[in-house]
Design a protein around this ligand. Structure first.
Ligand code: 13P
Length: 253
């Protein structure tokens, strides 16, 4: 049985004091919640990772970054390497988010390099894939997802933990969630790809999260699908009450 993962991607939100307020509230609530079988990950802006991982030391959530450099060290102004994260106890890292693909022109080949850097540091990558609205309307969603999987995971063994997140771009921050059936269809395609190109065991073990306007009102119907193993949550993860409500729903299922 795969664990369920409830991960919050804060993107570029919150001031320092807002982060403290969130974590104070959240850690209190999480302490009173038996969430065996449900892993909780919070991915704040890099500046707050140290603070979040300090809270995580006395709590039961993991701390994740939102991106990583494809380089090891050196003259790369503004970048943060995987070894820097691991030296600070950061356990997870999102890569390939559609906002990085769109605003920073990241391609699958670069995401593949980032993936290798994370795996070398034993940081769990949360690798995002997803189609745009134009691609869905053109009926090429399946091919887009398969191309992304091939480009990012070619030659990757899956011997170390890897998480995949299906985030349809048209559902991110739009309030428009994929229906459980739409999401399940793509999750099954992703799992099938891993089965065919890596191994049946890897396919069985890889958690595949859904992301895109997931919230307390729709999480249950999404994660009750057989191939949806949790969520990568943006907007609704910024509110400690909503985020803990989603953790609790996952626990109850
Ligand atoms: P929203 O939950 O705000 O739609 O964002 C999803 C997302 O991009 C998580 O990485």
């Amino acid at each position: 049985m795969r664990n369920v993962i409830i991960a919050g991607n804060w993107k570029m939100n919150k001031t320092f004091s807002e982060v403290e307020d969130f974590l104070d509230d959240f850690v209190d609530e999480l302490e009173g919640t038996d969430h065996a079988g449900v892993e909780v990950v919070i991915c704040p802006p890099a500046l707050y990772l140290e603070l979040a991982s300090d809270y995580a030391q006395d709590s039961t959530f993991f701390t994740g970054a939102q991106d990583v450099s494809a380089h090891e060290s050196g003259a790369y102004t503004g970048e943060i390497s995987a070894s820097m994260y691991s030296s600070m106890g950061i356990t997870h890292c999102i890569i390939g988010h559609s906002e990085r693909r769109k605003y920073h022109h990241e391609k699958d080949s670069l995401i593949h390099e980032k993936l290798q850097k994370l795996l070398a540091e034993e940081i769990v990558p949360i690798v995002c894939v997803g189609e745009t609205l134009e691609e869905r309307e053109a009926g090429i969603t399946r091919n887009v997802i398969l191309d992304q999987l091939k480009g990012v995971f070619e030659g990757i063994s899956f011997n170390d933990p890897i998480v995949i997140a299906y985030e349809p771009v048209w559902a991110i921050g739009t309030g428009k969630t994929a229906s459980p059936e739409q999401a399940q269809e793509i999750h099954a395609i992703i799992r099938q790809w891993v089965k065919a190109h890596v191994s049946p065991a890897a396919a069985e073990n890889v958690p595949i999260l859904y992301g895109g306007s997931m919230k307390p009102e729709n999480i249950a119907e999404l994660i009750s699908q057989p191939d949806i193993d949790g969520g990568l949550i943006g907007g609704a993860s910024l509110d400690a009450k909503k985020f803990i409500a989603m953790v609790k729903t996952a626990v109850e299922m």
